[in-house]
Design a protein around this ligand. Sequence first.
Ligand code: NAP
Length: 282
Amino acid sequence: MFKLLDGKEVASKVRLGLKEEVTKLKEENIIPKLAVIMVGNDSASQIYVRNKSKACEEIGIEFEEFLLDENTSQEELLELIDTLNNKKEVNGILLQSPIPKHLDINEAFRRISPEKDVDGFNPVNVGKLTLGQNGFVSCTPSGVIKILEEYNIDIEGKNAVVLGRSNIVGKPMSQCLLNKNATVTICHSKTRNIENITKNADIIVAAIGKKEFVKENMVKEGAVVIDVGINRGEDGKLKGDVDFENVSKKASYITPVPGGVGPMTVAMLMNNVVKAAKEQNN
Ligand code: NAP
């Protein structure tokens, strides 16, 4: 019988801990603050930003949103980032993606001061993760590690297979697992015979954005299955990258969608903002 990895529960535990920490910081006149930049009015982004704002409010983190017109120039975007980099009261800066195609998001990520880069997308923080140094780690992968740790699931020495190699999930996820001493294999769209690879995995992390891609025959008995994917089914309901109904018959642990990795991403963002506030105030 599989055990459900309840991301909602772990996330609320993380948030509760952060709330207590923020209360203590406020006694020292430190109020963590997150600034979120949104360019244009992508409807999904609006929901994500609202969720982040609600989480900040619940924990006691100050939140400020900067809404830029979709015709904003690269110079204007960089100027705003520079202003926020220089504002002492802003501890974390997040640029909500996607941004309009005429803008260079990588240049914008590079411009965010590494000390305020709570999404962990600045190359300095990506490099630190690779080198195993203290920095900001992308929130979804660090959320996955947190779930595994909360359920006392051993990572060391395990065969971990990550499906997907994006800069925001797959690559940092693989690095996080490697840093925890797993033996990591990364699969992507050019990988051949994926099922031969996943069948040997003790831990599978699926982050490809293909509805129910991971089937029962791709998973070994007793594997730990983490589903990062968020896909909309024909019925309008959210579906993961894993065929939950059938894969759960073989898995020892499995995350649901929704209620698995998703809530952890916001919780780890909050964690990064509090970490930034503490580090900036020594
Ligand atoms: P992405 O940038 O589109 O990357 C998808 C990755 O999957 C790419 O590396 C791609 O390979 C690989 N891929 C695509 N089709 C494949 C196939 N048939 N077999 C093997 N690999 C394949 O996506 P992302 O931003 O990483 O997001 C992945 C999923 O996670 C999406 O559903 C997204 O909505 C979700 N997500 C969830 C959270 C959360 O908080 N739960 C956060 C972020 C993302 P190539 O590199 O070869 O193209």
